[in-house]
Design a protein around this ligand. Structure first.
Ligand code: UDX
Length: 433
């Protein structure tokens, strides 16, 4: 199977390299020349565990190629995936589809023979219809079918998610294209990953509905955490207690500083807009978005309360800046709003992150970045754990206690047991317990 991936960003790169690893012949196309040159030289533009080695071994095996030449790559392909960005459009929160439509146009002029065009990018319901219309109007003679195949990859675990998915959703209304997609994913369903076929619009909505449901689940447990604090209950045990009910499930019930990242904030907003446009509002998701937005600043208020009601001229040491561990991604990270709110209240913020320092230098110019947790904790009035990187799970509290100005640990990810932290002479503030 010859596969061409348009867009060598996060999704395109991970999907492309995994397809190549399954034995397909894959060409990743990107219009950023420096990126393609770097990839050819073996330099991976993003941090994703395992990706580096997988790219190198598949390039070496001759199954994976990178190019800026879309025309040639599409001409030889049986299947062309569109994996370009769909950012939130400035101003109205709708998904910006200009890159998807531009790709559709380019593909139309380059394809030869029966070609399956697959939207992998997260796109609002009806985008597949528009992609089909564009290709048809550019190339009335072309033989093609447009299919929806959303991705469900978590950053930091993307390769494992690709290779061992809970399901593969394929929205196709063309039997020939469905057969091609079965062939594309054959190595996976031989591994017993279920392929779920449905119509294209349903497939497009599944992606948004899935992410919105997960965002709602997180927001639900976050509100329960607030209630736990008021009534003296423990949110981790509430999560465990409800999660043992198989109808609820125990995943995505970790209370914390609110969800962030490149998907949940953008996709929930886009779903709200689609629903409003169709006169069928999704009020639960509207509320989820609003609750999650206010939560980040509420976390800053928690830090201020832990510091005795004021952080003015106090040194606050922030552990973790990326929106979650095992990524260098800072998009919509809770740390950004929390730090801003602390600074607005006069705090001097110092921070450390294992992989996010480069992004942080650009995005947080007024934050003092240190080399380690111990470096930033020196003289601090509070240590605030924002992102649960493994290296923050076993901090040497005995070493931290004497170097801090005040022994206060605000653990926004509930990593530490309170009694253990107390034993080292720290004051402990978790979330919902
Ligand atoms: C998500 C979806 O999981 C994935 O299927 C989709 O395709 C893209 O969006 P990702 O954004 O990489 O993936 O991260 P995820 O692990 O889902 O976490 C999202 C956010 O929710 C993070 O900010 C995380 O810290 C937060 N979260 C997650 C919680 O606060 N509590 C939880 O229990 C789970």
């Amino acid at each position: 199977m010859r596969i061409t991936m348009i867009g060598a960003g996060y999704v395109g790169l991970v999907s492309g390299v995994c397809f190549a690893d399954f034995g397909h012949h894959v060409t990743c196309v990107d219009n950023v020349e420096e990126k393609v040159a770097a990839l050819k030289a073996g330099t991976i533009p993003i941090y994703e565990p395992g990706l580096d080695e997988l790219v190198k071994s598949n390039v070496k095996a001759g199954r994976l190629m990178f190019t800026t030449d879309l025309k040639a790559a599409v001409a030889e392909a049986d299947v062309v995936f569109i994996a370009v960005g769909t950012p939130s459009r400035r101003g109205d929160g709708h998904a910006d589809l200009s890159y998807v439509y531009a790709a559709a146009k380019d593909i139309a002029h380059a394809m030869t023979g029966f070609t399956v065009v697959v939207t992998k990018s997260t796109v609002p319901v009806g985008t597949g219809d528009e992609v089909e219309r564009i290709i048809r109007s550019e190339r009335p003679d072309a033989e093609f079918a447009v299919v929806s195949n959303p991705e469900f990859l978590r950053e930091g675990a993307a390769i494992a998610d690709f290779k061992r998915p809970d399901r593969i959703v394929i929205g196709s209304e063309d039997e020939r294209a469905s057969e091609v997609m079965r062939e594309v994913y054959r190595p996976l369903y031989l591994n017993s990953a279920p392929l779920f076929f449905c119509d294209r619009r349903t497939s497009e909505l599944i992606k948004y509905a899935g992410n919105a449901f997960l965002a709602m689940k997180i927001t639900f447990i976050n509100e329960m955490a607030d209630l736990c604090e008021k009534v003296g209950a423990d949110v981790q045990k509430v999560a465990k207690g409800i999660g043992m009910d198989k109808r609820i499930g125990d995943k995505f019930l970790h209370a914390g500083p609110g969800y962030g990242g490149s998907c949940f904030p953008k996709d929930t907003m886009a779903l709200v807009k689609t629903a409003q446009d169709n006169d069928s509002p999704v009020r639960l998701i509207e509320t989820t978005v609003a609750v999650n937005d206010t939560r980040k600043r509420a976390m800053a208020r928690k830090v201020i309360a832990a510091c005795g009601g004021s952080v003015r001229d106090k040194k606050i040491a922030v552990l973790g800046l990326t929106f979650k561990p095992n990524t260098d991604d800072m998009r919509d990270a809770p740390s950004l709003s929390i730090i801003q709110a602390l600074q607005d209240n006069g705090a001097l913020v110092h921070a450390y992150d294992p992989e996010g320092m480069e992004a942080a230098r650009g995005m947080l110019p007024d934050v003092d970045l240190g080399d380690s947790p111990y470096d930033i904790a020196a003289g601090a009035d509070a240590l605030v754990l924002v992102t649960e990187w493994d290296e923050f799970r076993a901090l040497d509290l005995r070493r931290l206690r004497p170097i801090m100005n005040a022994p206060v640990l605000v653990d926004l990810r509930n990593v530490y047991p309170a009694d253990e932290v107390h034993r080292y002479g720290f004051e402990y503030h978790g979330v919902g317990r």
